[in-house]
Design a protein around this ligand. Structure first.
Ligand SMILES: [Fe+2]
Ligand SMILES: [Fe+2]
Length: 132
């Protein structure tokens, strides 16, 4: 079973946001399922890709919020900034090590963050955008 299995509740009713959430979750799933010791190169690639896509995704949502004059912009953007700082420094510290190891807490933390941010921020943004 996938670590983060997509469910209909995850949809925010916005195609672009949903597709970006899905691809981030797929990266996490691939990393979770793979044997890091066997293919460290691929695991490093996936970690870099995860941070890049997270950054890209936050930019997308921030832009959608400013364009639509979304009232919850500041607190939502602040959560993005904190998460990007947290996960990019976490990934950096893993990549710095000669022998790559991915802490199980990394996966749990991202899943928790995603579900929490989804409930309190992204789903509200999605509803707002769908009524525009
Ligand atoms: Fe968001
Ligand atoms: Fe999001």
């Amino acid at each position: 079973m996938k670590f983060i299995r997509w469910k209909s509740d995850y949809s925010v009713k916005n195609k672009l946001i949903d597709s970006q959430h899905k691809s981030l979750n797929e990266i996490i799933n691939e990393l979770y399922e793979m044997d890091v010791k066997k293919d460290e190169k691929r695991a490093r690639e996936l970690l870099n890709e995860f941070v890049e896509k997270l950054d890209e995704h936050f930019d997308t949502e921030n832009k959608l919020m400013t364009e639509s004059e979304y009232p919850g912009y500041f607190s939502h953007k602040l959560e993005h900034e904190r998460a990007l700082r947290k996960y990019s420094s976490w990934v950096d510290s893993m990549l710095k090590k000669k022998k790559l190891e991915i802490d199980g807490e990394f996966f749990n933390s991202y899943k928790r963050w995603f579900e929490n941010h989804h409930t309190f921020q992204d789903s509200k943004l999605g509803t707002f955008l769908s009524h525009k």
